[in-house]
Design a protein around this ligand. Structure first.
Ligand SMILES: Cc1cc2nc3c(=O)[nH]c(=O)nc-3n(C[C@H](O)[C@H](O)[C@H](O)COP(=O)(O)OP(=O)(O)OC[C@H]3O[C@@H](n4cnc5c(N)ncnc54)[C@H](O)[C@@H]3O)c2cc1C
Length: 494
């Protein structure tokens, strides 16, 4: 008999592993399929924002991860002569999400933590060594065909999420194409591990804005350091990453004896979004759905946002709380959001990648005069905000500590949260109370009053993915916001 699951996840990278843990925490039965038994061992992402770490906290690996997170004190921009153009400092203290807004980390450590948690759960079945080869869906389920060491097999699931990376085959099976937002750029990525006694290197990240050859230096965790080097016309990508050449490029900073060259690869930095993220019971997330150059360190952060957005919506549909149409809001909410970050990454990339001397001089003058132009604006869900009457709806809620010292998300789990000033919850209608019950909302009265005061609200409703559904200045407004909780008519848990 074919095994049946609530959700089958194709791809056990960081996005698939996070989604598996988020669904498990909502008691869903999950299958994960990946051709490789082990996580990709080489460093990739080095930066996580506070929202991303908060999602990982919700996935149950916050504490495991915290030990390996480093501070991200600053990003400096220097001109061709090494003079400072901009010092862009980042706070090393926890920000509004309960975590620092910028963090250094080692991606294989994160993937190990996610896998350690997943493997211990009876709700998660790992089918590693197996590659998904076909997906067929009908009105009631999806069948996944997979090829592995024992030949071919099939599984069925209510829903499938392709988290199978940039070359996603689920994206093709789903009938989507990649829309290219900007031309690709080739950069060498060289990761080194410093030996004891190696020369002092800068803290944080440095963008060496030399029009002859732009370089990026990144302080990794522990002794890890990365250099990214832009390829110029005429450079041969097949020889550019050879160790002797890499060492010659890095001579201004380290000699070959100062560090072990862990890996050097020429990457193509793509800017692309899939035209379609859902087809019926099949969805794509993470790099399968969008790819960005790493100038803002947002590729994985965006993938984790996908996982957080999908996890509660899938659980709600499986529970019968919402109809399947809520799954259409996944792309509607996050496509404009990720497009904003890709556009911003390209804007900053264009500043760094300027190779014309005259234009580089003008760029340097502009950066010295207007350093604030580097700071990207955090977008809202659906890109809808400006026209919304509630200026905070669709923005990320903070994660305050509650009176008992707990962080908000640890207290509430993956649920809707009604946070209100004292005395307001008793004034709402019976219908509102019933909807909160159907939604299994966490009701917190008299908590985080400083936050509510700061936004001029009596109450706020926060979604399980930490975004604000709406704010209210009265019980009547709280009734109105409650009506927008996406419950199916008569929806309770089935
Ligand atoms: C040099 C570099 C620097 C980066 N820096 C940052 C940064 O600082 N911050 C940041 O947020 N992001 C950064 N990123 C991006 C980040 O690493 C990726 O966005 C992230 O790894 C994508 O995760 P994923 O789970 O979507 O895909 P992947 O990690 O690619 O995982 C996909 C998985 O799917 C599996 N798979 C493929 N096909 C199948 C199939 N048919 N069946 C089953 N399984 C399949 C693969 O084996 C793999 O395990 C960087 C990337 C690079 C390359």
């Amino acid at each position: 008999m074919t095994d049946h699951f609530d959700v089958a996840i194709i791809g056990y990278g960081p996005v698939g592993a996070t989604l598996a843990n988020l669904l498990e925490r909502q008691s869903r039965r999950v299958l994960v399929v990946d051709p490789y038994a082990e996580a990709y061992p080489r460093p990739r992402a080095t930066h996580l924002d506070g929202e991303a770490v908060r999602i990982l906290q919700s996935a149950g690996v916050g504490e495991m991860l915290a030990e390996g997170l480093g501070t991200y004190p600053r990003m400096r921009f220097e001109d061709a002569e090494g003079a400072l153009l901009i010092d862009w400092p980042r706070s090393i203290l926890p920000g509004p999400h309960g975590w620092r807004d910028s963090n250094r980390f080692h991606q294989p450590d994160l993937e190990a933590a996610l896998r350690e948690r997943a493997v211990s759960s009876p709700l998660i079945t790992l089918q590693l060594g197996w590659r998904a080869t076909a997906i067929v869906q009908d009105d009631s389920a999806v069948t996944i065909e997979a090829m592995g060491p024992d030949g071919a097999t099939t599984f069925t699931a209510d829903f499938v999420v392709g988290c199978d990376g940039a070359r996603s085959s689920v994206r093709q099976m789903l009938g989507a194409e990649l829309e290219v937002l900007a031309p690709p750029e080739q950069w060498l990525v060289a990761d080194l591990i410093l030996h004891p006694g190696a020369p002092e290197l800068p803290e944080g990240t440095v963008q060496y804005c030399d029009p002859v050859r732009p370089f990026t230096y990144i302080e990794g965790v522990g002794r890890r350091r990365r250099w990214e080097v832009m390829l110029r016309p005429g450079d041969d990508p097949t020889t550019f990453a050879e160790p002797d050449h890499v060492h010659s490029l890095l001579r201004p900073w380290v000699a070959p004896g100062d560090a072990e060259l862990e890996r050097a690869t020429v990457y193509t930095f793509n800017s692309a979004i899939a035209t379609r993220w859902r087809n019926g019971r099949v969805m794509i997330a993470g790099d399968a759905a969008h790819q960005t150059p790493p100038f803002l360190g947002q590729g994985l952060c965006a993938g984790l946002r996908d996982a957080a957005n999908l996890a509660w919506k899938l659980a709600w549909v499986l529970d019968g709380r919402s109809t399947a149409s809520i799954l259409d809001t996944f792309q509607a909410e996050l496509r404009p959001h990720v497009a904003h970050y890709i556009t911003e990454a390209n804007r900053i990339g264009a500043i760094i990648q300027e190779t014309d001397r005259e234009r580089a001089r003008a760029r340097d003058a502009m950066l010295r005069a207007q350093p604030q132009i580097l700071t990207p604006i955090r977008p809202r869900l659906g890109g809808s905000g400006e026209s919304s009457a509630d200026s905070l709806a669709g923005t990320l809620a903070p994660q305050p500590r509650l009176r008992d010292g707990q962080l908000l998300d640890d207290k509430t789990g993956l649920r809707f949260v009604v946070l209100s000033r004292p005395g307001l919850l008793g004034q709402v209608t019976d219908e509102t109370r019933m909807r909160w019950q159907q939604a299994d909302a966490a009701l917190l009265e008299g908590e985080a009053t400083g936050y509510l005061e700061s936004i001029g609200a009596q109450a706020v409703i926060i979604r399980p993915d930490h975004y604000i559904l709406g704010t209210a200045r009265s019980a009547i407004e709280l009734d109105e916001v409650t009506r927008t909780i996406p419950l199916a008519a008569g929806g309770g848990v089935q």
